[in-house]
Design a binder for this molecule. Structure first.
Ligand SMILES: Cc1ncc(COP(=O)(O)O)c(C=O)c1O
Length: 450
């Protein structure tokens, strides 16, 4: 007995010794990693605003004294987040419900009348039958991908999910789509109730030929097909070729998912998004054979925060209602939902806001191009790519500190280095001229333009 205890104790001591030698505290690695990011000058500046996302904003950078700047980086593309009518609607809801929160998930006690009105308003605006709200666009994207790939990881008596699916995803899709695809693959591996496999294939950005070749290569009989893409790409400002995607996916009766975070309220004559932009009739979409699902955020033109999944398919909408990303989280507070509702209604009654945004975008784009900047895309999201050796971070800082112009300098994590500018319907010609003259001065100083 004693020998047995001695042996076991020896084993334990050896294990503890090994553990001490072999396993480093996880936090050490994290410290090392973040420090390396900082040392490489890749850690983003910290901006804190002391006013709303209006044209003029009071902003502090890295803890310094706040200053007033002219802003070309917010997603408040129609100005509705600072519109007095929208702000009033949010205030009124706060008073009507005498509450700052709904204190529950929609499956429990959280859903209120305004949520239903907002879902109806958004479905109507997007000329679809159904809509389901989510806490963020990020979660809405994950919910869509998860549901189409796996249905839900819930055992349903008498139902077996054993179909394989191949998902084709644009190489430059938003991080939330990428996260959704990762989760969908893991769910299918982990859940006892999912027997089908999820395969994810990336295709080259907006490259219809590459998509077609990959569909031919990877889709076999009896596999489901989904194509997912940003409608307006958040860092590139260009537009997905929806008509061609619908046609390709339609041959396989596939699902096409359009992330309309940056396209609702901004493209199409009245801001209805990518379908209106391409002049696609309901018939045309339906006759393609594809099922089209839209996601839109409420955090861009719509003056709030939240996500919404929109479709013509009631069964799919019912599935969204029982998605874990809908059930196991809260709902939008009354004031936020009411603000978003007012924003959609205001847009519906004032399509001239979209015309103004599109005119402002074209004026800004053309001005920058004429000066010799490398301007990409075609929408209100205006990326300016600087030549290889130019320090994008310093360029952005110079604009901020010397010219009081606030643009997003993207130099780490998201995309290849660039300045990301956004136009808004709020900007006057004088605002944009101020941006253009500042860009010219800084562009010359940094030898980006002649
Ligand atoms: C293309 C795209 N999709 C989804 C999202 C996520 O939206 P939300 O901010 O509502 O989570 C964003 C936000 O930046 C986005 O740009």
């Amino acid at each position: 007995m004693f020998r047995y205890i001695q042996k076991e104790a020896g084993y334990l001591i050896r294990r503890m010794g090994l553990a001490g030698r072999r396993f480093k505290p996880a936090m050490n690695q994290i410290e090392g990693y973040t420090q390396t990011i900082k040392d490489a000058g890749l850690y983003p500046d910290k901006f804190v605003a002391y006013s709303g996302p209006d044209v003029k904003m009071k902003v502090s950078i890295n803890g310094k004294k706040p200053v007033w700047v002219t802003q070309f980086c917010a997603n408040n593309s129609l100005g509705l987040a600072v519109d007095p009518e929208v702000v009033k609607a949010a205030e009124k809801a706060l008073q009507a419900y005498k509450s700052t929160s709904c204190s529950g998930s929609p499956a429990l006690c959280g859903k209120i009348g305004i949520h239903e009105e907002l879902e109806e308003e958004i479905a109507g605006f997007k000329q679809n039958r159904c809509a389901t709200l989510f806490m963020t666009g990020w979660m809405a994207n994950i919910a869509i991908v998860d549901a189409i790939a796996n249905l839900l990881p819930t055992e349903v008596p008498g139902f077996r999910n054993d179909e394989d699916i191949v998902v084709f995803s644009d190489r430059l899709n938003h991080a939330s789509i990428v996260a959704g695809l990762g989760i969908a693959k893991i769910e299918s591996m982990m859940s006892k109730h999912i027997h089908g496999h999820v395969k994810v294939i990336q295709y080259n950005h907006n490259d219809v030929k590459d998509l077609e070749n990959k569909i031919k290569k990877y889709i076999h009989r009896n596999e489901k097909l989904m194509v997912v893409s940003d409608a307006v790409f958040s860092m590139d400002g260009d537009i997905a070729p929806l008509p061609e995607i619908l046609e390709l996916a339609g041959k396989y009766r596939g699902v096409v998912v359009m992330d309309e975070a940056h396209s609702t309220g901004t493209i199409g004559k009245t801001g209805r998004g990518i379908v209106e932009h391409f002049g696609l009739s309901k018939n045309k979409v339906e006759s393609s054979g594809s099922e089209l699902i839209h996601m839109t955020t409420l955090s861009k033109f719509a003056a709030g925060v939240g996500g919404c999944v929109i479709s013509n398919n009631e069964a799919f909408n019912d599935l969204m209602h029982i998605s874990p990303y809908h059930i196991y989280t809260s709902v939008l507070p009354p004031s936020v939902a009411a603000g978003c509702l007012a924003a959609f209604r205001k847009l519906r009654k004032n399509p001239q806001l979209v015309t103004k945004l599109q005119k402002n975008s074209a004026y800004m784009r053309n001005g920058l191009k004429e000066m010799g900047f490398d301007v990409r895309g075609e929408t209100h999201v205006i990326p300016v790519v600087l030549p290889g050796k130019t320090d994008v971070h310093l360029f952005g800082k110079e604009l901020f500190e010397k010219h009081r112009i606030f643009v997003s300098a993207v130099y780490a994590f998201a995309a290849s280095p660039r300045l990301r500018l956004t136009a808004s319907a709020m900007h006057t010609k004088e605002d944009t001229d101020l941006l253009l003259s500042s860009m010219e001065t800084v562009g010359k100083k940094f030898n980006v333009i002649g």
